[in-house]
Design a protein around this ligand. Structure first.
Ligand code: SAH
Ligand code: DHB
Ligand code: MG
Length: 221
């Protein structure tokens, strides 16, 4: 099994399950043109996020790590007209690109891109006592996943679904001695999940156009 076969299968699956989409294509194109890294979720992963949020009946969504807004568009499309998606991004340039892509997709009415460190922003949310979220997509810097999870749980309620991206990273998650902050962060994230009695979690490894990686899904009880 090799990467080329994973790519071919992903292409086949996307061709059979996705419809052409100008807003999503334009979001990826403009992101590349603006020099953003192509670390957005794959189309079939984006659609999974959309479907999970719909299954949850999410009205309030929180995203950590906007980049060019590709996953944001998938998630925002799961919302009812009066829904809300807050997406947190540290880099102003990424946020600018994302806002244009979200506008082009006709989703400016439901999406707010908030620039700043996601920890600072969520601490402010907690202080302000904003309403809890129904669905959270964790996809900012991996070293901060433990800090993010702690705050996300304070912004959750029973039934909140938390999806965390990139929890496998080519299998490096199993390397207990690895000092890469991303690996250390994801492992500490899993330690926290394991210790949380009030959170039901699973994790799935994936292969495809984004290599070998995986995501976790949790439901807060
Ligand atoms: N969710 C996007 C990809 C996000 S890539 C998609 O799938 O389309 C990760 C993003 O997290 C980058 O844009 C990066 O700038 C941002 N990020 C990194 N550290 C952050 C922090 N401390 N707070 C908020 N965003 C951060
Ligand atoms: C990286 C970040 C991501 O969110 C992703 O899906 C893939 C790679 C990265 O920082 O390298
Ligand atoms: Mg990711």
């Amino acid at each position: 099994m090799d990467e080329q076969q994973w790519m071919a299968v992903d292409e086949y699956l996307c061709e059979r399950t996705q419809t052409p989409d100008e807003s999503l294509d334009a979001a990826l194109k403009s992101s590349v043109e603006a020099g953003l890294p192509t670390i957005n979720v794959a189309p079939n992963q984006g659609k999974l996020l959309n479907m999970l949020a719909r299954l949850r009946g999410a009205r309030r969504i929180l995203e950590l790590g906007t980049l060019g807004g590709y996953s944001t568009i998938w998630l925002a499309r799961a919302l009812p007209e009066d829904g809300t998606l807050l997406t947190l991004e540290a880099v102003e340039h990424h946020a600018d690109v994302a806002r244009r892509n979200i506008e082009r997709a006709g989703l400016s009415g439901v999406v707010s891109v908030i620039v700043g460190d996601a920890v600072d922003t969520m601490q402010a949310f907690v202080r302000d006592g904003i309403p809890p979220f129904d669905f959270v997509f964790l996809d900012a810097d991996k070293q901060s996943y433990p800090a993010y999870l702690r705050l996300v749980l304070r912004l959750s309620r029973p039934g909140t679904v938390i999806v965390a991206d990139n929890v496998v990273r080519g299998g490096r998650v199993t390397e207990a001695q690895n000092s890469d902050p991303a690996v250390v962060g994801v492992r500490a994230f899993f330690d926290m999940l394991a210790a949380e009695k009030d959170v039901c979690s699973t994790a799935i490894q994936t292969v495809g156009s984004k290599g070998w990686d995986g995501f976790s899904i949790s439901i807060v009880s």
